[in-house]
Design a protein around this ligand. Structure first.
Ligand code: BMA
Length: 887
C-alpha cells in the first residue's frame, strides 16, 4: 500500500458543477460516492510531500452537441462536421429529445406525429463534447452508465469503445489518452433497427408478440420498438450519466448480506468492499436513519475487505401498510494511514427478512406463492411498472417519486418492473425503499423467443451482473425474475410445455442457468424466479393455476370473459391482469386535433396500440365491454367516462376477488394481484391506472379502496348478499357489517347488520339473506368498528356497493347532487342513488373519487388545492356538467 506522508484531511464539499447534483446518475451508490476535489486536499507545499489525491467524480453533462452523421463518416469526418450541423444536446439524453428541444421534430406524442418522426430512428447520430482538463491524475477513467445502443466512441480522434447493449455500463481507462487542455469525445450511434436486423439475419427470425422481430437480437429496451401500449420510438444516445473519474483509489464494489433475527431484532451485516488502488485501512460504518453511527469496524486495506457488523435493536423495514421504512446508511471508506479519506462508497439499506414461500394450500391442490416479510405473510397488492416515458431522460427523480407515491397512496405494496422496459433508475428504487413498495424485478426480456448464441449470452451476462450489482442493496428488491411471458410465447409455438423436449426452447439456458448463476454469485439471499409467468417442473405449463405465478388474461384477451367473473379465475399469484380505458379527457384534448375529437377517430385509434397480426383490436374489445355493461353516449367525454367506468368496475371486482382468497395462514390460495399496468409512457388508451399526464383514472380509486388495510366487498346474489372482509393489518378487528338496500329511485328497501370478527392478516366471508327484488337496487355495505356501531360516520372502516347488473338494462334517474365545503372536505349528498360520481376540478386532488352514493348518507371527501367556484361532475346516466360551489 502506498504511503502518504503529510496529507491533511480533505474537505468533502464539492465545487459547483462537479459531481454534486446528478439527478439521473445511476451509480449504485446513488450519487453517494462523493469525494473531494483535489484542490481541496493537501495543504502541503514542500517537495518532500506527496499530496493525496482522492478520487474526483466529474459529470460530463454540459456542453454536448448533436449532429446527423452521414453513413460512412469516420471519426475525423464526424469531428469536422460544419458548425451549423450541430445542435445543443443534453446528457443523459436521446437524439429525439435534442431534436425536439431544437424544434427540428414535432412532438411525437401528439396526433399522428409518431409517423412523422420515424426518420430519426433511421439515421446515424453523433454526439460531441469538448471538455477542459486542468489537472491530470495518475489514473483517469471515463464512465458511461448507459449507451443506447449501437455506439462507437472516440477520444481525441482515437477509438475508445464499441458498445451494443444499452444496459451495460462502460468504464474505460484513459490515463494514457486524456490530455491537459481541451479533449474531444465523440459518440456515434448507429440506427438500431437496421443494425438489429443484420444480427437477426445471422441468427434467424424468431416468434414474438409486439414490435419488430429484430428487437429480440438488440439489447435495448424492447418497448422502444413499439408495444401494445406504446409508440415505436427507437431512440439513441447516452441515456445515462457520463462521467470522468479522476484519481487512483476507488471503492469498486460494496455489498452487504444481512441476516435478521426478527424475534431479537438483531441484524448481522456481512459486508465486503472491493478496493481498487492504494490505501492503508478500510473503515466500514453503519449509520441509523437519524445519521448516528451505530456500528463500525476498520480492517487493513486489501483488494477485498470484509467485516461483520452486528446491530442490536435493529429498526426493521416493512412494506407499505405494515410498518415503517427506516433506512440505514452503510459506508465503506478507504483511508490513508493518517485517517484521510481517499475514496468511499455508500448504500442506503433496509433491515428486513424476506422470503418467497411455496407451501401447501389448505384444501386445494398445489402450493402457495407468497412473500413473507419479517415473519409476516404479506398479500402483494400492486401493479406492473413500465418506463414512464419513451424519452427516458425526461423521467426526473421527482417524477419517479410522484409515480411511486401514487402506487403507495393506493395502498399498493409491490411493483413489478416489467421485462420489456429498463432496469430502472436509482431514483425509482429509492422511492420504493422509502415508501415500502416491494419490487419484483424482471430481467429485460419480454414476449419473445430470444436467441442464446454465445455472443448474446456474453452480453446478457454482463448486463445481468451490472444490474444485480447496482440494485442488490435495496430493501425494496424482493425477487429477480428471468423474463416476461417468454415461456408463454414458447408454449404458443409448441416449443415448451407438456411433452416438449426442453432443448427446443433455446433461451431456457438464460432463464434457468445463466441468470440464476449470476444471482447466486452476486445476490445469493434473494429469490430468483425463471419467468413471469412460470410453473416449475419439467414440461409444466406456465399458466398452471395451482403453482407459481400466472398472467390472467381471460378478461380482455383470450376468451374476453366478463369482468364480473374474475372470481372464477384461479391463480396462486396473479402477476398480470387488466382492462383498458381511455386516458383523461383533458389529456386527449391536448393530443387530438380538434377535428379528431370523437371516440371513433383515426387518431384515437392510433393512440390505442392493442392488436394482433390481424390489426388493431383495442377499440373492438373495448366496445364489447361497453356493450355488455353500459349505454354509452356519443361524445368523447361520455366515452372516456364509460371506458374508465368499466375499467374501475373491473379492477374493483378483480382486486376484491383475488384478495378475498388470501384466506388465513396455511390457506394462502391467492397471494398477489399486480394489475397490468400502473403507468403509461405516452398519451394512450391502455390498461394503466394513471395516464401519462399523471392523472389517476377512476380505476386507481377503485384499487385504492380494494387494497385498503381493511376492505370489504359485497356481491348481490339470488336471495342474498355475499360479504367479504379483508384484513391486511397485523391486528384482529371486531366489526359490524351494516347492509342497506335502496331502489334506484331512492326508496329504502331493507336494512340488516351482523357482527363480524376478522383475524389479523386474514379474510373472511359471510352471507346475509335478502328478499327477491323486482326493481333494480343498490346494496350498500358499511363495515364499522363494533365499538362505535350506530355511529356510522365516526366508525366507518370500509365500504362497498353492489348494483343490479347489467347497468344498461335500467336507467338511473336524475339525482340532485349537493356539495358543501366542510373544512378541507367536500360533503356530498344525493336524493337518489348515484353510481360512479367522478369529480374534477382544475388543480384539485380528491382523496376519494368515483364514488357510489345512496340517499341519507352524506360522504366527506378531503380535497387539496385552491377552491374553484365550480366543479365538474359526471356519473352513470349523468353526463358531464358543472356545479357551482358555495365557499
Ligand atoms: C402482458 C404484458 C405486456 C402487454 C400486456 C397487455 O401480458 O406482459 O407485454 O403489454 O400484457 O397486452
Amino acid at each position: 500500500m502506498r504511503k502518504t506522508k503529510c496529507a491533511t484531511k480533505p474537505c468533502l464539499a464539492l465545487p459547483p458543477g462537479e459531481a454534486g447534483d446528478r439527478p439521473l446518475s445511476d451509480t449504485a451508490a446513488g450519487g453517494g460516492a462523493v469525494l473531494a476535489p483535489s484542490s481541496a486536499v493537501g495543504g502541503c507545499a514542500t517537495d518532500d510531500c506527496e499530496p493525496v489525491k482522492p478520487l474526483r467524480l466529474i459529470d460530463l453533462h454540459e456542453g454536448w452537441q448533436l449532429a446527423e452523421a452521414g453513413e460512412a463518416l469516420a471519426a475525423a469526418d464526424l469531428a469536422a462536421l460544419p458548425d451549423g450541423d450541430w445542435l445543443p444536446a443534453t446528457v443523459p439524453g436521446t437524439a429525439h429529445g435534442a431534436l425536439l428541444a431544437a424544434g427540428r421534430i414535432p412532438d411525437p406524442f401528439l396526433g399522428l406525429n409518431e409517423q412523422a418522426v420515424r426518420w430519426v430512428a433511421e439515421r446515424r447520430w453523433v454526439w460531441r463534447l469538448r471538455f477542459a482538463v486542468d489537472a491530470l491524475a495518475e489514473r483517469e477513467h471515463l464512465v458511461f452508465e448507459g449507451l443506447d445502443t449501437y455506439c462507437t466512441a472516440w477520444l481525441n480522434g482515437e477509438p475508445l469503445l464499441n458498445s451494443d447493449n444499452m444496459f451495460v455500463p462502460q468504464r474505460v481507462d484513459v490515463s494514457a489518452r486524456l490530455r491537459r487542455g481541451v479533449n474531444e469525445l465523440l459518440l456515434c450511434f448507429e440506427p438500431a433497427l437496421p443494425q438489429a436486423r443484420r444480427v437477426e439475419a445471422l441468427h434467424g427470425k424468431r416468434a414474438l408478440w409486439n414490435g419488430d422481430s429484430a428487437r429480440l437480437h438488440a439489447r435495448k429496451a424492447q418497448y422502444h420498438f413499439g408495444w401494445d401500449w406504446g409508440p415505436e420510438l427507437i431512440t439513441c444516445g447516452p441515456w445515462r450519466a457520463v462521467r470522468r473519474e479522476s484519481g487512483a483509489p476507488r471503492v469498486a464494489d460494496l455489498c452487504c448480506r444481512t441476516a435478521i433475527d426478527v424475534a431479537r431484532r438483531e441484524a448481522t451485516l456481512r459486508v465486503r468492499a472491493t478496493l481498487d488502488g492504494a490505501g492503508a485501512t478500510c473503515m466500514f460504518e453503519l449509520q441509523d436513519p437519524q445519521g448516528r453511527v451505530v456500528a463500525s469496524h476498520t480492517v487493513p486495506a486489501a483488494a477485498e475487505c470484509h467485516a461483520t457488523l452486528v446491530l442490536a435493536d435493529a429498526q426493521l423495514w416493512w412494506p407499505n401498510g405494515l410498518g415503517a421504512q427506516p433506512l440505514y446508511t452503510l459506508i465503506a471508506r478507504l483511508q490513508s494511514d493518517d485517517g484521510l479519506s481517499l475514496a468511499e462508497d455508500r448504500r442506503r439499506i433496509g433491515l428486513r427478512q424476506l422470503q418467497l414461500v411455496q407451501e401447501p394450500v389448505e384444501g386445494e391442490a398445489g402450493l402457495s406463492f407468497h412473500f413473507r416479510v419479517n415473519g409476516q405473510d404479506v398479500f402483494a397488492g400492486g401493479a406492473n411498472w413500465i418506463p414512464d416515458d419513451n424519452l427516458l431522460e425526461r423521467i426526473t427523480p421527482a417524477r419517479y417519486r410522484e409515480r411511486v407515491a401514487q402506487a403507495a397512496a393506493a395502498h399498493m405494496n409491490m411493483l413489478r418492473v416489467w421485462g420489456g422496459g429498463i432496469y430502472e433508475h436509482e431514483a425509482f428504487y429509492e422511492a420504493c425503499d422509502e415508501l415500502g413498495l416491494l419490487v419484483w424485478q424482471d430481467f429485460m426480456f419480454a414476449c419473445g423467443l430470444y436467441p442464446a448464441n454465445d455472443a448474446f449470452q456474453v452480453s446478457v451476462r454482463a448486463e445481468a451482473e451490472a444490474a444485480v450489482r447496482r440494485l442488490r442493496h435495496h430493501a425494496c428488491l424482493a425477487l429477480w425474475c428471468g423474463n416476461n411471458e417468454d415461456y408463454m410465447l414458447a408454449e404458443s409455438q409448441g416449443l415448451a410445455g407438456p411433452g416438449v423436449p426442453a432443448d427446443r426452447f433455446e433461451a431456457r439456458v438464460i432463464y434457468e442457468e445463466l441468470l440464476p448463476a449470476v444471482c447466486t454469485a452476486l445476490d445469493p439471499d434473494r429469490a430468483y424466479w425463471p419467468g413471469s409467468p412460470y410453473t416449475p417442473g419439467e414440461g409444466a405449463k406456465s399458466s398452471d393455476v395451482t403453482v407459481g405465478d400466472r398472467h390472467s388474461w381471460e378478461v380482455w384477451h383470450q376468451q374476453m370473459l366478463p369482468y364480473q367473473l374474475y372470481g372464477t379465475v384461479q391463480a396462486r399469484f396473479v402477476s398480470e391482469f387488466g382492462m383498458q380505458s381511455h386516458p383523461s379527457l383533458s389529456l386527449l384534448e391536448q393530443v387530438l386535433p380538434p377535428a379528431e375529437r370523437f371516440p371513433e377517430s383515426r387518431t384515437m385509434q392510433w393512440h390505442n396500440k392493442a392488436g394482433s397480426a390481424a390489426g388493431p383490436d383495442g377499440h373492438r374489445r373495448l366496445a364489447v365491454y361497453l356493450a355488455d355493461n353500459l349505454r354509452v353516449g356519443s361524445s368523447l367525454a361520455e366515452h372516456v367516462y364509460a371506458t374508465q367506468f368499466v375499467q374501475a368496475e373491473a379492477m374493483r371486482v378483480a382486486y376484491q376477488d383475488f384478495r378475498r382468497r388470501w384466506q388465513r395462514p396455511g390457506a394462502r390460495a391467492v397471494s398477489g394481484a399486480l394489475v397490468w399496468q400502473l403507468n403509461d409512457c405516452w398519451p394512450v388508451t391502455s390498461w394503466s391506472l394513471i395516464d401519462s399526464s399523471g392523472a389517476a383514472k377512476p380505476a386507481w380509486h377503485a384499487v385504492r379502496r380494494a387494497l385498503a388495510p381493511v376492505a370489504v366487498a359485497v356481491r348481490l346474489e339470488a336471495g342474498q348478499a355475499r360479504l367479504a372482509v379483508m384484513n391486511g393489518t397485523a391486528q384482529p378487528r371486531e366489526l359490524t357489517l351494516q347492509v342497506r338496500v335502496f331502489g334506484w329511485d331512492g326508496q329504502p328497501l331493507d336494512e340488516l347488520s351482523t357482527p363480524q370478527r376478522v383475524s389479523a392478516l386474514a379474510c373472511c366471508e359471510t352471507t346475509l339473506p335478502l328478499p327477491a327484488f323486482t326493481v333494480p337496487v343498490v346494496v350498500e355495505l358499511c363495515a364499522v368498528d363494533a365499538s362505535s356501531a350506530g355511529d356510522a360516520a365516526g366508525g366507518l372502516v370500509a365500504r362497498d356497493c353492489a348494483w343490479t347488473e347489467p347497468f344498461r338494462f335500467h336507467r338511473l334517474g336524475p339525482a340532485q347532487l349537493q356539495l358543501a365545503w366542510q373544512g378541507d372536505a367536500l360533503s356530498l349528498a344525493v336524493d337518489r342513488p348515484v353510481k360512479g360520481l367522478w369529480l374534477q376540478g382544475e388543480g384539485l386532488a380528491f382523496a376519494d373519487n368515483f364514488i357510489d352514493l345512496v340517499p341519507g348518507a352524506p360522504r366527506q371527501v378531503r380535497v387539496q388545492g385552491t377552491r374553484p367556484a365550480a366543479l365538474q361532475w359526471q356519473a352513470l346516466d349523468h353526463p358531464l356538467r358543472a356545479i357551482a360551489l358555495a365557499h
